[in-house]
Design a protein around this ligand. Structure first.
Ligand SMILES: [Zn+2]
Length: 111
């Protein structure tokens, strides 16, 4: 039995268009737009693209700097080039930079 006031999804009415819009918005929340926003430098006021992920273990006083995780790590901090290069640690802590070094392809040609 049809419900009074119910409309099919593809009848061209505004509520059908709204349904399509809300579906598109819900899809984008879990994909590219949300991911792009989360891959910016975590330092306040920076906003540059993140290239590294910093994680730490408080009890061991250990900090690790890795290449940017493919998936955002809720326990890590994404950092841009500038902030990852100038990251200090408190006295007594150890920073282990585990990033893959970037070797310029044309280094031997320049000399
Ligand atoms: Zn930054």
């Amino acid at each position: 039995m049809p419900i009074v006031g119910a409309t099919p999804a593809n009848d061209g009415r505004p509520d059908a268009a709204l349904h399509r819009l809300s579906t598109a918005a819900a899809t984008s929340l879990g994909t590219v737009p949300a991911m792009d926003r989360s891959r910016l430098c975590a330092r306040p006021g920076c906003g540059a693209a993140a290239v590294a992920t910093l994680t730490f273990h408080y009890l061991d006083r250990q900090v690790w700097m890795d290449n940017l995780d493919e998936e955002p790590d809720p326990t890590g901090y994404d950092l841009c080039v500038r902030h990852s290069e100038h990251q200090g640690v408190p006295l007594g802590w150890v920073l282990d930079d585990r990033r893959t070094p970037i070797i310029p392809l044309r280094a031997s040609v320049a000399s």
